[in-house]
Design a protein around this ligand. Structure first.
Ligand SMILES: *Cc1c(COP(=O)(O)O)cnc(C)c1O
Length: 392
């Protein structure tokens, strides 16, 4: 691959970072490439995914939900991974890579705290020092996860700049990485950032789609008509979709439509006609981004912290433009309704992020009548109980 083509997804992706990070990113890309081809590394990753994370996660038939909606719904149960979401697939892969590179210290960013918990977990497992940057605003909203990270031995550093949320935490984590790059790895939590992160994080989540494809064929004798996943940065979605890109399956990514399509009230980067949507550079990558006319990054809102981010992974930008994946958005209240629907019909409390994917299925039920729909249940909803409140 030519240098210019590395980490490009059509016109998106790339490496837009300060000079001081060019060399560390090149080293990381090289180390990852070598690990990817190393049978011993892959065997160790497979062992830990099986014995520690609990993979393969089941593909569950959702019979009562299916009856309610009039289509056949199958749930890929990432909520049953250790720590309660898909994020540990990537955190574990990167932490093994850190060991292989001989580094001892990890920095990570976190919004809701899910990626921070996954990072703190794998650092405890592998004996790595872990520093998690988190906006002060988020620390207050997600205090149980702050407690969890500290119990796991991580240092949680409050970020007081900007809006004191995820975007600002990423800035701080990158600053730390630049300063301590010899000893430190930046464990990025989604398919975002400069090359090699979008490809590397996608690959570590590829196991979701590989398992799901084998499971659905075994259980139904065929492939699903439609696959649905929520899209924050886009890691659980690309992890599922990756194995089905060449199949005749419809792929639907669901973004956070928030309260309304007004600027600042949502995080739907692909929403047609949404003011502020456009292409720009954020955190090292060129992609779709919510910004104002002067190019300033807009604030975002979602009821689910994991979808509350102004940019989207660059590969999704390409999949959007090519039309291979269709991007939809659902509002906060629709996600809440879907949360209650799954709880009442299947006895599963989904993460509010995953509830967005379920909400789209519920909204599209007429068009989906009789079809087989595979939904990625990216995480469990225990973390969201304070937001959800009492029974509907
Ligand atoms: C973080 C998170 C997401 C959003 O991140 P992606 O990179 O888009 O997958 C979705 N679901 C859950 C449960 C999360 O914790």
């Amino acid at each position: 691959m030519t240098k210019a083509a590395q980490g490009r997804f059509g016109p998106y992706g790339g490496t837009f970072v300060p000079e001081t990070l060019m060399e560390p990113l090149r080293e990381l890309a090289e180390a990852y490439e070598a690990a990817r081809r190393d049978k011993a590394f892959q065997a160790e990753l497979r062992r830990l995914l099986r014995d520690y994370v609990g993979r393969p996660t089941p593909l569950s038939r959702a019979d009562r939900l299916s009856e309610e909606l009039g289509c056949r719904v199958l749930l890929k149960r990432e909520d049953l991974c250790h720590t309660g979401a898909h994020k540990i697939n990537n955190a574990l892969g990167q932490a093994l890579l850190v060991k292989r590179m001989g580094k001892k210290r990890v920095v990570a960013e976190t919004g809701a705290g899910q990626h921070g918990v996954a990072s703190a977990t794998v650092c405890a497992l592998l004996g790595l020092e872990c520093v998690v940057y988190m906006g002060r605003e988020d620390m207050e909203r997600q205090s149980p996860n702050v407690h969890r990270m500290r119990l796991l031995g991580a240092e949680v550093r409050a970020v007081d700049s900007g809006s004191r949320t995820l975007k600002d935490a990423i800035n701080e984590a990158m600053r730390d990485w630049v300063t301590n790059v010899r000893t430190t790895h930046y464990l990025l939590g989604s398919v975002l950032g400069a090359h090699p992160y979008p490809s590397m994080v996608r690959d570590f989540h590829g196991v979701i789609g590989q398992e799901a494809r084998a499971q659905v064929r075994e259980q139904t004798g065929g492939l699903p008509d439609v696959l649905v996943a929520c899209v924050g940065g886009g890691s659980n979605a690309i992890g599922l979709f990756g194995a089905f890109l060449d199949d005749p399956c419809a792929l639907v990514g669901v973004e956070a439509g928030g309260r309304s399509s007004e600027p600042g009230q949502h995080a739907a980067r692909f929403l047609p006609g949404a003011s502020g949507a456009g292409v720009g550079v954020l955190h090292g990558t060129r992609t779709y981004l919510l910004q104002d006319d002067a190019g300033n990054v807009l604030p975002t809102h979602s009821i689910s912290a994991g979808l509350d981010y102004p940019a989207v992974g660059p590969e999704h930008a390409q999949l959007h433009d090519s039309g291979r994946v269709r991007y939809e958005s659902v509002r906060d209240h629709e996600a809440l309704e879907a949360f209650h629907l799954l709880a009442a019909t299947e006895g599963i409390l989904p993460a509010l992020e995953s509830s967005h994917a379920l909400a789209w299925v519920s909204r599209a039920r007429e068009a989906l009548r009789g079809r087989t729909v595979l939904v990625n249940l990216s995480g469990r909803g225990d973390k969201d109980l304070a937001v959800v409140g009492g029974p509907a």
